[in-house]
Design a protein around this ligand. Structure first.
Ligand code: BES
Ligand code: ZN
Ligand code: ZN
Length: 495
């Protein structure tokens, strides 16, 4: 079972210090009994209040009680508070404090600030439980002590952080411990707990359906593939489905016959980040009581070599009936997603389709870790997704997707090819656009978007949400997007 730990939040208990938050313009967020001393200490030390700076103020006989002042920077949007929650955790670790008291809800400018602060603390204290005999962070802080008035903020922070951390834990879990079958079982367990109905299809069902894409990619592995189908009916009175979220779930991508080389192959346990994101988003939306009707679909498999593996040059038949020329067995994500998209269309007739995938290495050299690539067939959908990402600080950058690029996926022998043309200097085949154009062929003209998270699913540097490691990118964004769909009317309601 994939497990992780975070700092705990408790409404009662002893704390060794009080946390105070301060901005460069001298605004402080502090309990009344700590504010004056915190201000004195800040003046005396010229404390900047910048993010990442903190000040440890010890008590003495006249004014007992230790105070830790944490900088939150100037523009206090939600993300700054999430960031400050992370810096609080870093301060606690350095100071070897076990428990710290936080200001009350009313000491912050808004309820949203405290929720984001707590979310940041829960995300930055995340640690995958790998059952080491000696925990890596022996001095990790254990408790944040909050006022009872913080209960709504705590609940909101836990709703978000729990799902994001679940996605991160899955992504960081190595492929021997997270096989497709284990991943599917864990998804079913987690999502059922919030009222999502989860169906898991195995090889026999996939065979009967004709999921030739997923089965071809899975053929080389001794671990059976799975297709996870998770339904959330937020509005049972409506019989239509607002959205299908389809996530790439490669528990390991060795490349197959087109074997990956160092130093990339050992990173490829992360190749199920799309599946993790859509499942986590559905859990978040369900826990919020979203009124959207949405299904998450996650094809799960490994891509490895054996005598049974699919080969470079094979022609395979997808669930849609379209034949695929497999020039490169390492372009497997689009093949399994194609079957996922077809399954979504056939079984749910969704108004919108959004797929999320660690699809192309090349995108990491274009958008790096700050933006995920967005390809969309529908402007309104694209605009909503970009806005959702801005709100949650998971930025998307829209890329061109036009008819002029149709030639990129034309095959001489099959309906579609899984590899782009090389172009004048040879960089064409692995292009993110080739991936998007391939997927587009399976969307039957529906409003659809593809989010390539190959660069954002794993951070090499600290971010406002996480330390280096899996980020859970996409989960909050899609939860927010479902909220936007709810508020702005559905596709069927359009004039
Ligand atoms: N999972 C990889 C994408 C990837 C590669 C993400 C490296 C992060 C770092 C995907 O399945 C893949 O192998 N894509 C190929 C496509 C190519 C063979 C057309 C790639 O990016 O090299
Ligand atoms: Zn691959
Ligand atoms: Zn892959």
């Amino acid at each position: 079972m994939t497990e992780w730990t975070t700092i705990g939040i408790t409404p009662s208990g002893d704390a060794e210090a009080t946390a105070v938050f301060a901005s460069p313009d001298g605004i402080i967020y502090a309990p009344a009994d700590a504010a004056a001393r915190a201000l004195d200490a800040m003046r005396a030390t010229h404390f900047s209040g910048l993010p990442g700076k903190w000040l440890d103020v010890l008590g003495d006989s006249r004014s007992p009680g230790r105070i830790v002042i944490v900088g939150v920077g100037a523009d206090q949007d939600e993300d700054r508070w999430r960031d400050a929650g992370g810096h609080l955790i870093e301060a606690l670790r350095r100071l070897e404090l076990d428990a710290i008291r936080l200001p009350a809800s009313a000491d912050f400018a808004s309820d949203g600030s405290l929720a984001a602060l707590l979310e940041g603390a829960l995300l930055h204290s995340f640690q995958l439980d790998q059952q080491r005999h000696e925990p890596i962070l022996a001095t990790g802080a254990k408790w944040l002590v909050v006022d009872e008035s913080a209960a709504p903020a705590v609940a909101e922070a836990q709703r978000r952080a729990r799902s994001i951390n679940r996605a991160r834990a899955w992504v960081e879990q190595p492929a021997n411990l997270l096989t497709p079958a284990i991943f599917a079982d864990e998804a079913k367990l987690a999502l059922s707990a919030v009222g999502v109905v989860v169906h898991v299809l195995g090889p026999a069902e996939l065979e009967a359906l004709g999921c030739g894409g997923l089965l071809a990619v899975a053929a080389g592995s001794d671990h059976e593939p799975r297709l996870v189908v998770a339904e959330w009916r937020g509005d049972p009175a409506r019989h239509t489905w607002d959205a299908a979220l389809v996530g790439k779930g490669l528990t390991f991508d060795g490349g197959g016959m087109n074997l990956k080389a160092r130093p990339i192959i050992e990173k490829m346990k992360f190749d199920m980040g799309g599946a993790a994101a859509v499942l986590a988003a559905l859990e978040m939306a369900a826990a919020r009581g979203s009124r959207a009707n949405v299904v998450a679909i996650a094809p799960m498999t490994e891509n490895t070599i054996s005598g049974k593996a699919y080969r470079s040059g094979d022609v395979i038949r997808s669930l849609a009936g379209l034949t695929i020329e497999v020039v490169n067995t390492d372009a497997e994500g689009r093949i399994v997603l194609a079957d996922g998209i077809t399954y979504a269309i056939r079984e749910y007739d969704p108004a919108y389709i959004v797929d999320v995938a660690t699809l192309t290495g090349l995108i990491t050299g274009v958008l790096h870790e700050e933006y995920a690539a967005l390809y969309a067939s529908d402007d309104r959908l694209a605009e909503q997704l970009v806005r959702a990402g801005t709100d949650t600080h998971e930025d998307l950058w829209r890329m061109p997707l036009t008819k002029r690029q149709d030639y990129i996926v034309e095959s001489a022998v099959a309906d579609v090819i899984n590899y782009g043309p090389s172009g004048f200097v040879g960089f064409g085949p692995g292009s993110p656009a080739a991936g998007a154009k391939f997927l587009e062929r399976f969307t039957e003209g529906r409003p659809w978007a593809h989010i390539d998270i190959a660069g954002t699913a794993w951070a090499t540097r600290r971010t406002s949400r996480t330390g280096p490691g899996a980020t859970g990118f996409g989960a909050s964004l899609l939860d927010r997007w479902l909220d936007i769909v709810d508020g702005e009317g559905r596709v069927q309601d359009r004039p």
